[in-house]
Design a protein around this ligand. Structure first.
Ligand code: NAD
Length: 423
């Protein structure tokens, strides 16, 4: 498809997303009409938010793309970014439809954005903007309509302002309209580490099927922010040996394995993991980290780091995509030929959205689960998604695990549409 709503598509990201969609529908031999449904969002709301910044009136542009709600209310983050485009927002909303479906949660997909660099705003303007976004979209948000969460440059404080504005306009508290709220305002403590924990669970499950289990497995992790750190913390707790850690400042190696909490303490103080100098540690280059002879490689930083130029040098047996899009499609083909399995981002980093679902369920019932109870439920849902993908992959000849994941997600959406009579 080269046009959308009568205009040519400019975004490479949207084009790529539609190509992946088409390929998966063809490969899974799914109903062709599914592509017609999923190639365009069901609803797009474009808004302009007037706010005063340093005495001058500004009109900031924003969107909410509601891609598909066959499985339930729309769900997806809101990002504040100066370079965000409507087409990219459409691609992100499409991916949320697939991610939520694969996770087995009762949600469709959505994404929202405001074109702004939040660093240029003081706290009062940021609050006004967050509240303005909710006021402009009041009729299309709600616990059973569309439930936003944080994304790039948005956080629990912004969710708190938004849920407050929504509640004021409704004249009652409506906690289940936004997720990833502060713990003190109907949030859940597991949220902070849910994506890293979810990625660790996928890694543990993959190691049980493809290696001799997670105990003693060696792991290299690129990226030591929210996802990379918590993933390392939980993998170590599960018995794995995190032997290499890297961030924007460089990388470190220790054949005995790191204590990720100690490395994090140094990184917090000095800004990078390379200042960690515990016994047996040596500095390595990022290229070396990505091509180490380890059991598991986890890119948890940025997209495209395993690509055509380095894929043939990768020696890990399993690659877990904790970041979004870290393995390019040409690299995946090369890895596949060499028997290296890549576990895709739409499953591996879905812990955050599964946690959002659990928070929503708590809020709908005015219920509070403690940390252990929440983790147990998260493990159950994530392991369930992993097993569905694994079982499907085993039955498909010549498919990658990513193919199996996409087809599983699409099949669930297709079944819902069929029962509803849409297809
Ligand atoms: P973060 O900002 O907390 O941490 C990013 C880490 O990557 C830092 O350690 C940084 O130094 C490192 N990094 C950045 N650029 C790098 C580069 N070029 N080379 C090597 N290291 C680099 O981010 P995060 O929240 O941990 O997210 C990491 C990835 O996971 C992103 O792709 C994000 O989209 C994805 N993700 C995050 C969540 C979440 O809940 N945080 C959910 C889903 C997906």
């Amino acid at each position: 498809m080269s046009t959308i709503f009568g205009a040519p598509i400019h975004s490479e990201f949207l084009q790529d997303t539609l190509t992946i969609l088409r390929r998966a529908i063809e490969m899974g031999k799914l109903e062709k009409q599914l592509l017609d449904y999923l190639s365009r969002p069901q609803r797009i709301v474009a808004i302009s938010i007037p706010i005063k910044i340093n005495g001058a009136m500004m009109f900031l542009e924003g969107y909410r793309v509601q891609h598909n709600n066959a499985l339930g209310p729309y769900k997806g983050g809101i990002r504040f970014h100066p370079e965000v485009t409507l087409e990219d927002d459409m691609a992100l909303a499409t991916l949320m439809t697939l991610k939520n479906s694969l996770a087995g949660i009762p949600y469709g997909g959505a994404k929202g954005a405001i074109q702004v660099d939040p660093k240029t705003l003081d706290k009062a303007s940021l609050e006004e903007l967050s509240r303005g976004y909710v006021r402009a979209l009041i009729n299309v948000l709600g616990p059973d309509i569309d439930i936003p969460a944080p994304d790039l440059n948005t956080n629990p404080q912004i969710m708190a302002w938004m849920v407050d504005e929504y509640s004021k306009m409704m004249g009652r508290n409506v906690p289940a309209t936004f997720t990833a709220k502060p713990v003190q305002l109907w949030g859940n403590p597991v949220r902070e580490y849910s994506t890293g924990y979810g990625a660790a669970l996928w890694t543990r499950n993959a190691a049980r099927k493809f290696l001799k289990g997670i105990e003693g497995a060696t792991v290299a992790v690129q990226g030591f922010g929210n996802v990379g750190y918590w993933l390392s913390h939980f993998l170590t707790e599960m018995g794995a040996k995190v032997v290499a850690i890297g961030d924007i400042g460089g990388a470190i190696y220790n054949s005995n394995g790191f204590n990720p909490d100690e490395v994090k303490a140094v990184e917090r103080k000095t800004g990078t993991v390379v200042n960690y100098t515990g016994p047996g540690t040596r500095k390595i280059g990022m290229d070396e980290l990505l091509t180490l002879n380890v059991d598991i490689l986890v890119p948890a930083a940025v997209e495209g780091v395993i690509n055509y130029s380095n894929a043939n040098a990768v020696k890990a047996k399993l690659i877990m995509e904790a970041a979004n899009g870290p393995v390019t499609s040409d690299a995946e083909e090369m890895l596949y030929k060499r028997g290296i399995y890549v576990f895709p981002d739409i499953g591996v980093n879905a812990g955050g959205v599964v946690m959002s679902y659990l928070e929503w369920v708590e809020n709908l019932q005015w219920f509070i689960w403690d940390e252990e109870e929440t983790k147990k439920k998260l493990d159950f849902m994530i392991t369930n998604a992993f097993n569905r993908v694994y079982d499907r992959w085993q039955k498909m000849n010549g498919a990658t695990i990513r193919d199996a994941a996409y087809i599983d997600a699409l099949d669930r959406i297709y079944q819902a549409m069929k029962w509803r009579g849409w297809i």
